[in-house]
Design a protein around this ligand. Structure first.
Ligand SMILES: [Zn+2]
Length: 235
């Protein structure tokens, strides 16, 4: 009888060992990608990383699609109107920002209507905005000129402009970096909130015009701006 008990005990120990070995093997056979995903999941659960992506709750961001209504803005050789692409970009940006940051995002216009510059700036005040971003596309008499420029007016907004601009060129936008500049624009000059104006390409340049209309560009630019906004408002 004693022998029988010993045998059963040994059997149980062996089975446990085998099960443990299978478990170790299982873990080792997880692909590197899966391990990363698993680690991210654990991190998310333990440290709330998912929250970090949406940590701009309570912040208000105003996106200002340039022109609109009677004011068409610049126009391209293929017929692109600035007022249409600024609205398209603003909507993309609003969607990305709301999804990723949880911030409250307000557009100065969400359709093709005329809105005065004064009304645009006033919205930043009445909504007590944390950030105001105006979207534009350039035009020039020479159709050779292309690229992106980021403008600020108040000296205190220079670093904000530089930060967003840096994020834009971290993306492979395939256009010229025209740098960060001081700009005497009404919507910046009269703004009491942190504000910048983006000239996201030249409609008057055929290549830029084509690029501006592409979904790839719209996505890359809005991703870059959202990342810049997160960095700026998280500090
Ligand atoms: Zn414009």
């Amino acid at each position: 009888m004693k022998k029988m008990k010993m045998f059963i005990l040994l059997f149980i120990v062996l089975i446990s060992l085998a099960l443990a070995l299978i478990k170790v093997n299982d873990i080792q056979s997880i692909k590197i990608e899966d391990k990363k995903a698993y680690a991210a999941l654990i991190n998310k659960e333990e440290h709330g990383f998912e929250k970090e992506e949406r940590n701009l709750k309570g912040k208000t961001i105003i996106i200002d699609p340039g022109h609109g209504g009677k004011d068409v803005g610049a126009s391209g050789q293929m017929g692109t109107l600035e007022k249409d692409v600024t609205l398209k970009m603003a909507r993309n940006l609003q969607h990305e920002l709301e999804k990723r940051t949880g911030a409250s995002v307000i557009l100065t216009r969400d359709k093709d209507v005329t809105v005065s510059k004064k009304e645009r700036v006033e919205l930043a005040n009445t909504k007590n905005a944390d950030l105001f971003i105006s979207i534009h596309f350039d035009a020039f008499t020479s159709n050779e000129v292309n690229g992106i420029t980021t403008y600020y007016n108040h000296g205190t907004d220079r670093s904000l402009a530089a930060l967003i601009h840096r994020h834009l060129f971290e993306q492979d936008l395939g256009t010229r970096d025209r740098g960060v500049s001081f700009g005497d624009f009404f919507v910046l000059r009269e703004n009491t909130k942190p504000s910048i104006l983006l000239e996201l390409g030249y409609i008057s340049n055929a290549e830029d015009e084509k690029r501006i209309n592409s979904q790839t560009y719209q996505t890359q630019a809005s991703t870059a701006i959202v990342e810049g906004v997160i960095e700026y408002l998280s500090n």
